[in-house]
Design a protein around this ligand. Structure first.
Ligand code: ARG
Length: 596
């Protein structure tokens, strides 16, 4: 694969700085802040002057810039150079270089995206809880995690996504004890029965959605009721067969339901493991940690101190990890540590990423420190990728009208309906049959939801504003879908008129600009992957769509009077843009309809 235009200019400029006796990296070329003047700039002359001053020499950045320009001006990749302000060097690339790059990208099905040395990576995302309804936080985790998984795979890594279900806490005790109150005669509640339980589940998803909140509400009002749930939890964790059999039903039913919900969202997991699945590993893990001498007894609980400067009274530092509570129960820390040992033996990954609400940052810091202390991982192999909350227009965490938790399916339905309404309003897709129109509404709704989430810096909070999300104007998912579909329709019309794709030529500034946007793909992917920041890729996709739209206004493809070779060159441009738009959108989990 040829080099990107930016890389070519960067190499040329860096080598000029080196020839002039400056540190090479001072020649770094970047995208310009003033693309109206030139697409690229180098700001190294100011730093070079500082470099000379430190050595006691007189230096003026504009003079240095002039020297750089003089040496660079004959270079084949450079068409124009200009010094601005205190010594900024504006760089205009040569159009032949741009055309050559465009033709190289045209024959590359990855449109310039490189592959990197593969690592084995686990992404822990989704994180739904059995019995507890999902909330928008789980939705963010699914959307961001899925995008990162696809991005890292596209870069060439071997990535395994694990949903890590919450299926081992008090909510299980709530479900079991509430079901017992409703149907005490079920065999699961007879302690004398140890096997031969029915293979049919005694509950449906709807039952669970009713049982859990009922038990939760009663337990809040009544300590005795809470104790029942706690006892059931402890007995379950101690291995009572009837309860274990019930848990298996709960998990199976939930996974069926969740697979549908996540499937609707275009989110899929390689592993459907959870907290319960690693429970059998806990006793040996605790024994091993004890033998290493890293555990301590504290008030009857078993802990692992993870911060020598921790001060409980002053509430300073990182509190110890809690392996086992005084009651004998294992906790969230414990199951996460057991999961780390499981991943070590089953997968032995280079890296584990946790896409979980920012509010769990302390939990992960504690768990990671303990895992490092136990010698299972290096600290830089474990990363918590937190994200902010989704708020309603009132600034409070987004929830249902009555303040309850939101179901994933309600949320996706809401997006679909809003998308359908917007399509109707704008008249888009209204001549198609009902099935196709519904499919378009579905894709528009999901694009709206995902792009609205992913375009934000991961750690910021954002406001859930359905009307804005489904708009076809501005920086939205629907705008991008529309842009992609429009290119498809241009290409269809071109092919009807018998215009074939041909070698790319640069005849207009808008063409050069479009190619330079396309050419930034690999850089955007690299930065988004390294910073675990899908918004960088979103920004790239948005700019690409904008560049195409400018190109299409300035550079007609189908218009009479345009020479055939130029028409063919522009068809190639449209193909190349569409290919990259679809690659980029697919990475962020957005599907493009055939027409709209
Ligand atoms: N189930 C958890 C919750 O709802 C999220 C799980 C995140 N992953 C993990 N390995 N702890 O808060």
């Amino acid at each position: 694969m040829s080099q990107s235009v930016l890389d070519l200019l960067n190499d040329a400029t860096c080598s000029v700085f080196e020839q002039l006796g400056f540190p090479t990296e001072l020649g770094t070329v970047r995208e310009s802040d003033r693309p109206d003047l030139a697409p690229f700039q180098c700001n190294g002359a100011m730093a070079a002057a500082g470099f000379l001053k430190k050595q006691g020499e007189k230096a003026n950045p504009r003079d240095i810039a002039a020297k750089v320009v003089e040496k660079l001006s004959g270079h084949e990749a450079v068409a124009g150079l200009e010094i601005a302000g205190p010594g900024f060097i504006n760089i205009i690339p040569n159009e032949d270089i741009i055309a050559a790059r465009a033709n190289a990208l045209l024959s590359d099905n990855r449109t310039g995206a490189a592959k990197v040395a593969p690592k084995s990576i686990v992404i822990d995302y989704g994180g739904a809880n059995v019995a507890k309804p999902m909330h928008v936080g789980h939705l963010r985790s699914a959307v961001i995690g899925e995008a990162l998984k696809r991005l890292l795979r596209f870069r060439g890594h071997k990535v395994i996504g694990d949903v890590h279900l919450g299926d081992w806490g008090l909510q299980m005790g709530h479900l079991i004890s509430e079901l017992e109150e409703e149907q005490p005669d079920l065999p699961y509640f007879d302690a004398a029965i140890e096997d031969g339980f029915p293979s049919e589940s005694p509950v449906t998803m709807e039952d669970m959605a009713r049982l859990y909140p009922a038990a939760n509400a009663k337990s809040k009002a009544d300590l005795e009721r809470l104790k029942k749930s706690q006892l059931a939890t402890a007995e379950l964790q101690a291995g009572r067969p009837g309860y274990r059999a019930l848990l298996d039903h709960f998990i199976r039913i939930s996974i069926e339901y969740l697979k549908r919900g996540y499937g609707d969202l275009g989110v899929s997991f390689d592993l459907w493991k959870g907290e319960a699945s690693v429970d059998p590993l806990i006793p040996d893990m605790i024994e091993a940690m004890k033998a290493q001498g890293i555990t301590e007894e504290s008030d009857g609980a078993l802990i692992v101190p993870v911060d020598p400067d921790y001060d409980a009274e002053k509430r300073k530092g990182i509190p110890p990890v809690m392996l086992r509570a005084r009651t004998g129960a294992v906790l969230y820390h414990t199951t996460d540590l057991a999961t780390l040992t499981d991943r070590k033996t089953e997968i032995n990954p280079d890296l584990i990423l946790y896409v979980v609400d920012q509010r769990q940052a302390m939990h992960f810091e504690q768990v990671f420190r303990a895992a490092v202390k136990a010698g299972w991982y290096e600290r830089d192999q474990l990363e918590h990728l937190g994200f902010g909350t989704v708020n309603g227009k009132d600034g409070k965490p987004f929830s249902t009208r009555d303040g309850g938790l939101l179901r994933l399916s309600d949320l996706t339905d809401m997006m679909r309906n809003a998308a359908a309404a917007r399509l109707k309003e704008t008249g888009i897709g209204q001549d198609f049959n009902a099935a196709e129109l519904a499919d378009i509404a579905d894709k528009v709704g999901m694009a709206a939801l995902k792009f609205a989430d992913l375009q934000n810096q991961r750690t910021t909070n954002y406001i859930f504003d359905v009307e804005r999300f489904v708009s076809f104007e501005g920086k939205t998912g629907p705008y991008l879908l529309y842009a992609a579909v429009r290119i498809k329709s241009i290409l269809r019309r071109a092919s009807e008129q018998g215009i074939k794709s041909g070698a790319i030529q640069i005849t207009d500034k808008a063409e050069a600009q479009l190619l330079l946007s396309i050419d930034a793909f690999d850089r955007a992917l690299g930065q988004a992957a390294d910073k675990r920041a899908p918004h960088i890729l979103c920004e790239h996709i948005y700019r690409l769509a904008q560049s195409f739209s400018r190109f299409y206004t300035e550079c007609p493809i189908l218009k009479e009077g345009v020479p055939d070779d130029i028409k063919s060159s522009r068809v190639s441009f449209a193909q190349l843009t569409l290919r990259q738009l679809e690659l980029g959108l697919d990475i962020i989990g957005i599907e493009v309809p055939e027409r709209m």
